[in-house]
Design a protein around this ligand. Structure first.
Ligand SMILES: [Zn+2]
Length: 346
């Protein structure tokens, strides 16, 4: 995909384009020691430090603490957090989503993207429940991982060294915490259908979306977070496809742990059965593409820069599949994927 010139949509920013300003940003090309700096530069680019009295030292310490708290999973690691934060940045700026949010929303959305998977254990909620992990009882058996990510984030925000919301008024800080919670909870793929359908119903109402409506802003902030979280499916094949392999490896490691615990191995986590081509074609084609097509009704830029790339990726994954044994099955190996559970992805 060709990156868009920042001057086209942002005449106010006349300094040279940074890699993080590109739709097809490749986070894997960024040296590990530079990753935190990329986040800080994006916060600066959005004028968040000056607008909300955030000391650069505090932001740096916050991002570094978050970095250290991400575990070294194949997929849910700090590199994914930077990738998602960059997708959030590009959706807000070149995607023209910023006009639908307040400046405080922008701070909250960027912070949510950084923190949204912190301390992800690399296994899903079903596995945590099966091994009686105490977090399942603590968080009431729903959105356990997302509530844990929030718990870790709120603990950092309670520490003056890392409280990036310290410069906000009491009312702003209260709103920031409430929104952060709404946004991170929306990344639970168990809620994918509910949020997508609510969004579709809202788009079908003739009244335009407005940043003056709190209800609209809540829904849009959840949708933009979901789009950012699945951002790697929008990158070119070379940039995005490795993430499908990372996810398959993380699933396989859960399957290995299921076996070690004497649990039945979930078929999609069984490294002897996993087919990354089938999983990727199915997930991107049936889950991610419809969501981005919906989001393109809100942000037309996505129809130009994002949707064609996702379609190309689905086609490439499909082209790698073996021919269907039963040609009457239509989608061949993908037949039936649309009925499988989405909650194990991302
Ligand atoms: Zn994520």
């Amino acid at each position: 995909m060709i990156s868009q010139s920042p001057t086209k949509t942002f005449p106010a920013y006349d300094y040279p384009a940074e890699p993080y300003e590109q739709w097809d940003f490749d986070v894997l090309q960024i040296p590990k020691e530079e990753l935190s700096k990329v986040i800080i530069n994006m916060f600066k680019h959005l004028n968040l430090l000056s607008a909300f009295n955030i000391a650069e030292r505090t932001l740096y310490t916050f991002v570094e603490e978050i970095r250290l708290k991400y575990l070294l999973n194949p997929y849910h690691n700090f590199v994914h957090a930077v990738d998602v934060t960059q997708m959030m940045f590009v959706l807000l700026t070149h995607g023209n989503a910023k006009q639908f949010f307040t400046h405080l929303d922008t701070l909250i959305l960027m912070t949510a993207a950084v923190c949204h998977d912190v301390e992800h254990p690399g296994v899903n909620q079903a596995f945590l429940a099966a091994i009686k992990d105490p977090r399942v009882a603590k968080y009431g058996n729903s959105s356990v991982l997302e509530k844990h990510h929030l718990g870790v984030t709120f603990a950092l925000l309670a520490d003056p060294r890392t409280d990036v919301f310290a410069g906000l008024s009491v009312a702003q800080a209260e709103e920031a915490r409430k929104s952060l919670r709404n946004i991170v909870l929306a990344t639970d793929m168990a809620r994918h259908k509910e949020i997508s359908e609510t969004f579709q119903r809202r788009l079908d109402v003739p009244e335009p979306l407005s940043c003056n409506s709190e209800e609209d802003r809540v829904l849009l902030s959840q949708m933009i977070m979901k789009c950012a979280d699945l951002g790697n499916v929008t990158r070119s094949w070379k940039v995005g496809s490795p993430w499908c392999t990372f996810l398959a490896e993380e699933f396989s490691r859960q399957g290995d742990q299921e076996e070690q615990h004497g649990l039945p191995v979930t078929p999609m986590m069984d490294r002897r059965l996993i087919d990354v081509r089938k999983q990727s074609a199915g997930f991107i084609g049936f889950m991610a593409l419809p969501m981005f097509e919906l989001a393109a009704r809100w942000l037309p830029e996505l129809g130009m820069h994002v949707v064609p790339a996702i379609r190309a990726n689905v086609d490439l994954w499909k082209s790698m599949l073996p021919p269907p044994e039963d040609p009457a099955a239509g989608e061949g190996c993908l037949h039936g994927f649309e009925h499988s559970t989405p909650i194990d992805f991302v």
